[in-house]
Design a protein around this ligand. Structure first.
Ligand SMILES: Nc1nc2c(ncn2[C@@H]2O[C@H](COP(=O)(O)OP(=O)(O)O)[C@@H](O)[C@H]2O)c(=O)[nH]1
Ligand SMILES: [Mg+2]
Length: 237
């Protein structure tokens, strides 16, 4: 994990922003830590320490800096928070339609929460194949124990598993551990996903413009051999 973290644009700078938005979403089962994570990304100085279940969809918006090649650019970061209740999974395709990237969040203390997050991920994939997803193990402040080498001891269910490999196997860009409580990795993962999503959005747009600028081509249908046919309405086509 790099040491760079998300940096925010002040009110004056917001006026300099170009039109582009980066839209990220947090998906996953209830109680995973999604709302607390997005709130912490949005307002780093505050820890949202209350239990308020998200009903359907909330939106967190801020202007932030991203590095694109050698340029530092300002973008509007929109983060959508999806209610995790099982009955909302059918909203995922509509919810994620224009989303560039997603935090697929699970409660790191619970293997069931992880399995549930994978179901959310699969649902997202069916509607938004190109969306960049990062697998996020939340509440990592709950592991204070360290092994002989000084590394944090993982939750038992995760021991011996390569979560990074599992992330890649599920077509994610990677796996990250975070704590919204202590801010562990929060700014870093937010920056990583925002920058990758921004770069992808810019590249996708350039590819689409290039495709639109291609020269016109002769149609492949041989119109000369098409015979007029009577349609049901009686008109000839
Ligand atoms: N210890 C700890 N608890 C957390 C953390 N993030 C969230 N929680 C708690 O986990 C519960 C569920 O969090 P919430 O963000 O509402 O989950 P959501 O349903 O996925 O949006 C709340 O009681 C939070 O206070 C964290 O980083 N550390
Ligand atoms: Mg919530």
């Amino acid at each position: 994990m790099g040491s760079r973290t998300l940096s925010y644009v002040d009110r004056d700078g917001e006026r300099l922003a170009e039109g582009r938005q980066v839209i990220l979403a947090a998906i996953g089962p209830p109680e995973a830590g999604k709302t607390t994570l997005l709130a912490r990304i949005h307002t780093p100085d505050e820890y949202l320490d209350k239990r308020v279940a998200t009903v359907a969809v909330d939106l967190f918006t801020r202007y932030v800096y991203v590095q694109y090649g050698v340029e530092r650019r300002i973008v509007q970061l929109q983060m959508k928070d999806c209610g995790g209740q099982e009955r909302f999974t059918h909203l995922v395709p509509a919810f994620c339609r224009n989303v560039h990237g997603a935090f697929v969040v699970f409660d790191s203390t619970s293997e069931r929460s992880y399995e549930a997050a994978l179901v959310w991920l699969a649902t997202l994939r069916r509607s938004s194949a190109g969306c960049l997803c990062v697998l996020v193990a939340a509440k990592y402040d709950l592991y204070e124990e360290r092994d002989a080498s000084g590394a944090l001891v993982r939750p038992q269910w995760m021991a011996g598993r390569s979560m990074n490999q599992e992330a890649v196997a599920h077509d994610c860009i990677g796996f990250r551990t975070v704590s919204s409580k202590t801010q562990l990795n929060v700014g870093a993962v937010a920056l990583e996903l925002t920058e990758l999503a921004y770069a992808k959005a810019v590249d996708d747009e350039s590819a689409a413009i290039e495709a639109d600028a291609r020269p016109l081509q002769t149609p492949t249908v041989d119109l000369a051999h098409r015979r007029p046919q009577a349609s049901k309405s009686g008109c000839e086509v």
